[in-house]
Design a protein around this ligand. Structure first.
Ligand SMILES: C[S@@+](CC[C@H](N)C(=O)[O-])C[C@H]1O[C@@H](n2cnc3c(N)ncnc32)[C@H](O)[C@@H]1O
Ligand code: SF4
Ligand code: SF4
Length: 338
């Protein structure tokens, strides 16, 4: 985790400063093995903390990664029934759904570290009010936000406020032909969502993006989606098909696996609908990362990220080279949306 402190135009509240200080120093002190070293180490850490807290510096402190992306799977619930995706088959129960205040707390604690907060799901806009609260808070904290959505619940009022906040919206589109669209969504919603995409383009301008999944089923559809995006001036991104416990297949012959580029997922801090924290949503493929690192409803996020296991998992991720590294959320930002 990288911690980047800049001198700010505003003066933060004392309570926030104290909470920032304790949130970092207490987990640090717990990691010092030898009792007689705790006081001198905390003293040195306090000097370091103060320097980075109050003065802008080109130097960043690293706990393994440079900038971080906070990715919140706000829900597994979804209105659509896409055959490519199995997330909708396992919706969380009401008592497994985190209250938004916990996530906002986490965002406040981490905002210096974040170059982006991303909301995904399930369908994030099933929780439109919570999403808007997060979008407002992200703006206040100067963190750019991205929502990945199927577009069904967009409306003018939401789009206009979202546009004022300056955030980005990604809508998933795997075909622009009505019959294929309806088949790919498992819902006959082409006539509902298509006009909303046009409205979103009108309101958000180039802050609207489109993402398509490249699978055997979509190979002949994607060129038409790209043409649609070109015609409407919308940036487009392709995500290689992955195993989401759905029914689709990998495209013939195409792997898009680039063995030379390391997985960028070490930058990620991922939160599940119940508040569990992982470093990538494919964490179960790494034996040490099988269990979540902690839960933001019960623990402070910085304490979770500073744990020994978290640091060890970050190190393992440096050389992790599985197919899931091709997911948009696990890539460097400059490789996305052309
Ligand atoms: C799981 S969805 C959640 C957000 C929203 N419901 C949507 O569809 O945009 C996040 C992204 O994963 C993509 N996706 C779904 N199934 C996939 C699969 N089997 N392989 C790769 N990407 C997939 C979606 O198209 C979407 O762009
Ligand atoms: S891809 Fe998105 S819209 Fe489709 S079922 Fe999965 S979560 Fe829902
Ligand atoms: S390759 Fe997959 S499992 Fe490994 S760190 Fe990247 S996203 Fe996680």
């Amino acid at each position: 985790m990288s911690l980047i402190y800049r001198r700010r135009a505003y003066q933060p509240k004392y309570t926030q400063v104290i909470s920032d200080y304790l949130g970092e120093i207490v987990p640090f002190a717990k990691r010092v093995d030898k009792l007689y070293l705790v006081i001198p180490m905390v003293f040195l850490k306090t000097i370091e903390w103060s320097i980075y807290r109050w003065y802008e510096t080109p130097i960043r402190r690293f706990y393994g990664i440079k900038g971080n992306e906070l990715i919140y799977m706000i829900t597994k619930r979804c209105n659509a029934r896409c055959p490519k995706c199995g997330i909708w088959k396992q919706p969380e129960s009401n008592d497994q759904h985190l209250h938004v205040s916990h996530f906002i707390n986490c965002l406040k604690r981490l905002h210096y570290n974040l170059y982006q907060v991303t909301l995904t799901g399930g369908e994030p806009l099933l929780y439109k009010m919570d999403v808007m609260r997060i979008a407002e808070e992200a703006r206040k904290l100067n963190v750019p936000m991205v929502i990945v959505s199927n577009g069904t619940f967009l409306d003018k009022q939401f789009l206009e406020r979202y546009n004022e906040l300056g955030h980005i919206l990604v809508i998933s589109v795997d075909s622009v032909e009505k019959d294929k669209w309806n088949e790919f969504r498992g819902r006959k919603d082409f006539d509902i969502v298509m006009p909303k995409i046009i409205l979103a383009r009108h309101v958000l301008g180039d802050k609207l993006r489109i993402q398509s999944v490249y699978a055997k089923e979509t190979a002949s559809e994607i060129p038409k989606v790209i043409e649609f995006c070109r015609k409407h001036g919308i940036k487009h991104n392709i995500q290689l098909h992955q195993d989401f416990h759905g029914d689709w297949h990998d495209p013939d012959g195409a792997t898009m696996v680039d063995n030379d580029t390391p997985c960028a997922a070490r930058k990620n801090i991922c939160i599940y609908p119940n508040g569990d924290v992982v470093k990538c949503f494919d964490h179960r493929k790494i034996p040490l990362a099988e269990e979540p690192l902690g839960n933001i409803a019960k623990q402070d996020i910085i304490e979770i990220l500073c744990s020994k296991r978290s640091t060890e998992i970050s190190k393992i991720m440096k050389t992790c080279n599985l197919r899931c590294k091709n997911m948009s959320c696990n890539k460097s930002q400059n490789l996305l949306f052309k």
